[in-house]
Design a binder for this molecule. Structure first.
Ligand code: NAD
Ligand code: MG
Length: 378
């Protein structure tokens, strides 16, 4: 197993494409053995031709089409969950970048951790649904989880060289999303308005999660597991400029932050090269040009997703699975024009209220519950 031999899951998505760009900039430092994509098969083929992985993993639906197109190329085409499992557990692969969106990213995370891999994790949904299980598993197998999420990358960087026991509090920053300044009800906002994130260009699902602030709720749960801290010790602060990516407060009152212009290439590269740094040619921060950075408290009435996520983080068990999966289903319903924007979080709350929490769930309990919820809301 070599750390420099990598699998990139979700290579056709926003994080996946940026990960390929980073490996290109790091010239020859990484051997890309697998790339995987689910729906944009044309891009997957282009990537296979350009980056020449040994394998591409695709959905069962696109398998025959891709195999026929790439018949004469040396790349092998594999499909479905068995294909994903192989890409995560291949003996030569040392690092798995999980940039799959949503609850379908959980199993690949588990597959990779089972084999003691380094997992560069963009798929925060894995930690939201099964954080306790995943942490235990990685301890058992010696696997490591390095966050790609910019806030958690900032936390990791700020914690570098510090004793974990010196950490007192995490300050998790949020841009506030497209509706930060909008007054009145959000009930009738359009899909286009909700997708129009002021600072980041991302996949559709996380863009909607950013508009409801559910993304920040997920990130709170992500931080609970990654840094083994109670939810009460994480403060969410709105910081519209998205320059300070998060801050760590220590027991002597010192606060250490990581700053940078918003670009996912940086946290992706840091995760890949961690604990080392490599050169990265991107525009640099110019503080005097920026002039000022602002911070304020979130409006928890306007964005009830934050309190729902805090509740799920406190109560643990299977409640975070309900939070995650019902949210995901509702986001796709909103994107399909079937429900209103405010119904996303309202329906998550209703389903959480109706749920009988299972404490200390097994991974099977978690996956079964998630599958049941997908069936229920089909
Ligand atoms: P995206 O929609 O752009 O890409 C998703 C990728 O997952 C695609 O390659 C798609 O083919 C693949 N995929 C979708 N469903 C799949 C399935 N059922 N099985 C296998 N593959 C599947 O999403 P994104 O914005 O790149 O986000 C990916 C993950 O990274 C999410 O968990 C998101 O929360 C997280 N993240 C993204 C950003 C960002 O800037 N985009 C920042 C932080 C964290
Ligand atoms: Mg983030």
């Amino acid at each position: 197993m070599t750390e420099n031999c990598i699998s990139i899951l979700g290579s056709t998505g926003s994080i996946g494409v940026n990960t390929l760009k980073v490996t290109e900039k790091l010239k020859g430092q990484f051997k890309i053995k697998y790339i995987s994509g689910y729906n944009n098969y044309k891009l997957l083929i282009e990537q296979a031709e350009k980056f020449k992985p040994e394998f591409i993993v695709t959905s069962d639906d696109h398998y025959t089409k891709i195999r026929d197109i790439l018949k004469r190329a040396s790349v092998k085409v594999i499909a479905g969950s068995e294909g994903l499992k192989q890409s995560c557990q291949d003996a030569e692969v040392g690092t798995v970048v999980n940039a799959i969106v949503g609850s379908f990213g959980l199993k690949p995370t588990v597959y990779a951790l089972e084999k003691g891999k380094k997992v560069c994790l963009a798929n925060k949904e894995s930690l939201v649904m099964a954080g306790s299980y995943i942490k235990k598993l990685s301890k058992k197998t010696g696997a490591s989880i390095i966050p790609i999420d910019s806030e958690h990358s900032a936390m990791l960087q700020a914690l570098n060289g510090e004793e974990r026991s010196s950490l007192e509090k995490i300050i998790l920053t949020a841009s506030g999303g497209p509706f930060r300044k909008k007054s009145g009800s959000l009930e009738n906002v359009s899909i286009e308005e909700a997708l129009n994130h002021p600072k980041w260009s991302m996949g559709k699902k996380i863009s909607i999660d950013s508009a409801t602030l559910m993304n920040k709720g997920f990130e709170l749960i992500e931080a609970v597991h990654l840094f083994d801290i109670s939810p009460a010790k994480i403060e969410v602060v709105i910081h519209p400029e998205s320059i300070v990516h998060s801050l760590m407060q220590f027991i002597d009152g010192s606060v250490i932050a990581q700053l940078g212009l918003p670009d996912m290439m940086l946290p992706i590269q840091y995760a890949l090269t961690y604990p080392k740094r490599s050169k990265l040619k991107l525009p640099r921060l110019d503080l005097s040009e920026l002039g000022k950075l602002t911070f304020h408290k979130p409006d928890r009435k306007k964005f009830p997703a934050l309190d729902l996520a805090c509740r799920a983080a406190e109560e643990k068990g299977t409640l975070p699975v309900v939070l995650n999966t019902v949210n995901e289903i509702m986001v796709y319903k909103f994107l399909a024009g079937r429900i209103k924007f405010t119904d996303i979080v309202n329906n998550v709350g209703k389903e959480m209220d109706a749920h009988t929490n299972i404490k200390n769930p097994t991974i099977e309990n978690i996956c079964e519950l998630s599958d049941e919820l997908w069936k229920k809301f089909k």
